[in-house]
Design a protein around this ligand. Structure first.
Ligand SMILES: *[C@@H]1O[C@H](CO)[C@@H](O)[C@H](O)[C@H]1NC(C)=O
Ligand SMILES: *[C@@H]1O[C@H](CO)[C@@H](O)[C@H](O)[C@H]1NC(C)=O
Ligand SMILES: *[C@@H]1O[C@H](CO)[C@@H](O)[C@H](O)[C@H]1NC(C)=O
Ligand SMILES: *[C@@H]1O[C@H](CO)[C@@H](O)[C@H](O)[C@H]1NC(C)=O
Ligand SMILES: *[C@@H]1O[C@H](CO)[C@@H](O)[C@H](O)[C@H]1NC(C)=O
Ligand SMILES: *[C@@H]1O[C@H](CO)[C@@H](O)[C@H](O)[C@H]1NC(C)=O
Ligand SMILES: *[C@@H]1O[C@H](CO)[C@@H](O)[C@H](O)[C@H]1NC(C)=O
Ligand SMILES: [Zn+2]
Length: 453
C-alpha cells in the first residue's frame, strides 16, 4: 500500500518535472538580513516578504547555534557545523598556540576559517560552476586557497542597491555560470542594537525599510528574468533582545582585571586566566546571580561549544537581557549572543523557487540543517556536518515527506481500505457458501445410491 503511494507520488514528480527543468544546473541565492528576530514576522507588517512566502515556504523558527553571534552563525549556515567544529567560535577570538587575534575588523587570515569548507568553495570545485558573493562573513577570505569567483571586500558603506546590482549581474552573465550566490545586509541588526527590539516606533520604520529591500530584490529578479528558475533563501543569523541599564554585571566589582585576559565580553565572556584558573573561577562564580560561570570542561553539552582550542578556559554566559561590563555604562539597548534555546535569539527562514513547495509553513528546523538542504538543491556532496537533511524534506518538492496530519490521514485511509477489503471478503465468502446445501443434497442423494450399499 505504502509502496503504491510512493510509486504514484514519485511518478507524479517526474511527470511534472518532465519539461519544466531545463538542462541548466540549479541555482541558489542565499540572503541574510542580519539580526532578523523570528517574531518580527508576527509583530510587524511585511507585505513584500509575505508575498514571497505565499508562493514559497516559511520556517517560523530556526534554532541557531551557541554563541548566537554574527560570524559564528553565518559560518554554521554555510558549513552545517556547530561552532566548536567550524572554528569560528566568536566575533572576537584569541588562539593561545599561534597568539593570533581575530575580530570583525581583522578577519582575513584564512587560519581562522580553514577548519571547515564553506559551500561556496565546494560548489566551485564542481566543473563549470562558480560562486559569487555580495558579502557574507568569510566570502572575502581565501578559504582553502579559494574565494568565490566574484566577491566584494566587506564594507558596510556599499549600498544594498549596489550589492543587488552586482550579484544579479554575476548571476546573469558569467561563464562558468554562477550557481551559488550570497547577499548580506546589516539591518535590522544595527538598529536592533541601537534602539532595542522593544522600541516599536523605530523598529517599525527599520523593518519597513528591510521589507522594501525584499521588494526591490524580488522586483529586480523578475525584471531580469531570473525569478522563475532561481531558488532564493531569505534567512538570518540570530534574533535580538532588549537590554537595560538596570541589568549590568560589572566584572570589575568581583575580580582584579590584571588576573585575566578578556578575549570577548558580552553576553558570553571568554576569560583566559593569567594566574591559577581555579582562583579566577571561584571569584567569578559568586560574582552575579544573573550569569552562569563555566569551566571549559563543564560547558553544557547542548551548546556543542567545548571541543576547540579557541574556546577559552572559563566562559561566562549572561541571562537574557543582562550585559557584562567593565565599570562602564550600558553600551547597547539591544543585544544577542545569549543561550540559543531562547526564542528571542532565533531567526526565521523563507524560501522560494523551483526546489521549494508553494505556500507551505513549517514550525522549526536547526540552522545547521540549512547546509545539507542547500547541497541537495545544488547537487553537491555535503562535507561531514551536524545537520539533518530529513528535517528540511517537507520544504522540498522532490522529497517524500510525512508530517503528522498526513501520517494520520494515511493510517485512516489504510484502515478504511482494509475494512472495505475485509467486508468484501466476508460477503464473497457468504456468497460462496450458498451452493453448499445443494452439494450436500447431492451428496445425500449420492448416499442414497443403492449401488453403494
Ligand atoms: C518543452 O519546453 C519547450 C520550451 O518551453 C517547448 O518548446 C517544448 O515544446 C516542450 N516540450 C514538450 C514535450 O512539452
Ligand atoms: C562546460 O562548459 C563548456 C562551455 O560552456 C561546455 O563546452 C562543456 O561541455 C561544459 N562541461 C560540462 C562537463 O558540462
Ligand atoms: C559593482 O559593479 C560595478 C560595475 O562592474 C563596479 O564598478 C563596482 O566596483 C562593483 N561594486 C563592488 C562593491 O564590488
Ligand atoms: C580586496 O582587497 C584586497 C586588499 O585590499 C585587494 O587586493 C583585492 O583586489 C580586493 N578584492 C576585490 C574583489 O575588491
Ligand atoms: C590553585 O588554587 C587552588 C585554590 O586556591 C589551590 O587549591 C590549587 O592548589 C592551586 N593550583 C595551582 C596549580 O597553583
Ligand atoms: C570600578 O569602579 C569601582 C567603584 O566605582 C572602583 O572602586 C574601581 O576601582 C573601578 N575599577 C576599575 C578597573 O576601573
Ligand atoms: C559535528 O560534525 C563533525 C563533522 O562530522 C563531527 O566531527 C562532530 O563530532 C559533530 N558534532 C556532534 C556534536 O555530533
Ligand atoms: Zn548578526
Amino acid at each position: 500500500m505504502k509502496l503504491l503511494v510512493i510509486l504514484l507520488f514519485s511518478g507524479l514528480i517526474t511527470g511534472c518535472r518532465g519539461n519544466s527543468s531545463h538542462n541548466l544546473p540549479p541555482k541558489l541565492l542565499l540572503v541574510s538580513f542580519d539580526g532578523f528576530r523570528a517574531d518580527y514576522l508576527q509583530n510587524y507588517e511585511f507585505p513584500h516578504l509575505r508575498n514571497f512566502i505565499k508562493e514559497g515556504v516559511l520556517v517560523e523558527h530556526v534554532e541557531n547555534v551557541f554563541i548566537t553571534k554574527t560570524f559564528p552563525n553565518h559560518y554554521s549556515i554555510v558549513t552545517g557545523l556547530y561552532e566548536e567544529s567550524h572554528g569560528i567560535v566568536a566575533n572576537s577570538m584569541y588562539d593561545v598556540i599561534t597568539k593570533k587575534h581575530f575580530s570583525d575588523f581583522d578577519d582575513k587570515d584564512p587560519f581562522w576559517w580553514n577548519e571547515a569548507v564553506p559551500i561556496w568553495v565546494t560548489n566551485q570545485l564542481q566543473e563549470n560552476r562558480s560562486s559569487a558573493a555580495a558579502m557574507w562573513p568569510g566570502t572575502d577570505v581565501p578559504i582553502h586557497n579559494t574565494t568565490p569567483s566574484y566577491f566584494m571586500n566587506y564594507s558596510s558603506s556599499v549600498s544594498f542597491e549596489e550589492r543587488l546590482n552586482n550579484i544579479t549581474m554575476w548571476l546573469m552573465n558569467s561563464n562558468p555560470p554562477v550557481t551559488f550566490a550570497t547577499l548580506y545586509w546589516e539591518e535590522p541588526d544595527a538598529s536592533g542594537h541601537k534602539y532595542g527590539p522593544e522600541d516599536k516606533e523605530n523598529m517599525y520604520r527599520v523593518l519597513k525599510e528591510v521589507d522594501d529591500l525584499i521588494g526591490e530584490l524580488v522586483h529586480k529578479l523578475k525584471v531580469l528574468g531570473l525569478w522563475e528558475d532561481l531558488n532564493v533563501i531569505i534567512t538570518s543569523d540570530h534574533g535580538m533582545t532588549q537590554c537595560s541599564k538596570d541589568k549590568l554585571i560589572n566584572l570589575d566589582l568581583c575580580i582584579d582585571h590584571s588576573s585575566y585576559t578578556l578575549v570577548d565580553l558580552t553576553p558570553v565572556a571568554a576569560i583566559l586566566p593569567k594566574i591559577n584558573t581555579t582562583e579566577v573561577y571561584n571569584k567569578l562564580k559568586i560574582c552575579n546571580p544573573h550569569m552562569n560561570v563555566y569551566l571549559k570542561e563543564d560547558i553544557p553539552a547542548r551548546f556543542h561549544y567545548q571541543h576547540n582550542d579557541r574556546i577559552q578556559p572559563i566562559i561566562l554566559v549572561a541571562d537574557e537581557g543582562w550585559t557584562i561590563v567593565l565599570n562602564k555604562s550600558l553600551p547597547k539597548l539591544g543585544d544577542h549572543g545569549y543561550d540559543n534555546s531562547l526564542s528571542s535569539m532565533h531567526p526565521f527562514l523563507a524560501a522560494h523557487g523551483p526546489a521549494f513547495h508553494k505556500g507551505y509553513k513549517h514550525s522549526t528546523i536547526n540552522s545547521v540543517d540549512i547546509y545539507p538542504m542547500m547541497c541537495h538543491i545544488l547537487g553537491l556532496k555535503p562535507h561531514p556536518n551536524n545537520g539533518t537533511f530529513g528535517h528540511t524534506k517537507c520544504l522540498l518538492v522532490d522529497q517524500w515527506c510525512i508530517n503528522l496530519p498526513e501520517a494520520i490521514g494515511i493510517v485512516i485511509g489504510a484502515l478504511l481500505v482494509l475494512t472495505t477489503l475485509t467486508c468484501l471478503i466476508i460477503i464473497m465468502q457468504n456468497r460462496l457458501s450458498v451452493p453448499r446445501p445443494f452439494s450436500r443434497l447431492q451428496l445425500q442423494e449420492d448416499d442414497d445410491d443403492p449401488l453403494i450399499e
